[in-house]
Design a binder for this molecule. Sequence first.
Ligand code: FES
Length: 135
Amino acid sequence: MGASAKIGAMTGQARHSNALAEAAEEAARVGVGGYDRHVFLCIGPDCCTPEEGAAAWSHLKKGVAELNKRDGSSHIARTKVGCLRICRLGPTAVVYPEGTWYGGLDPAGLERVLRDDLGGGQRVEDLVIGENPLP
Ligand code: FES
């Protein structure tokens, strides 16, 4: 490797290192390190329509924000995803660390998950489609 290639590689490493530092700052800003629950919501398009998925995501974001405000910390994280490989009767969600999978999350069902599981620590048994607790 020539001198200019070495300088270019070092510059690339410095850029990468700076980008990682910025990403780490953003991770800390959004609360990474302080979560004790994380809910992933599939917003379709196969388990539900994009409109149903968008409405569910909006509902979940608002509900999680209220719970975090109630509890005085951002301990519940929420993430929207494009597929959880169930692809029917959605919106579909999974809550970690318990690994409780939910299906059929119409607005009333999602509200029950927010209130009883995320807000109260009790599974909503009749909406559970699977479980996969993480160690
Ligand atoms: S599209 Fe939602 S689970 Fe596949």
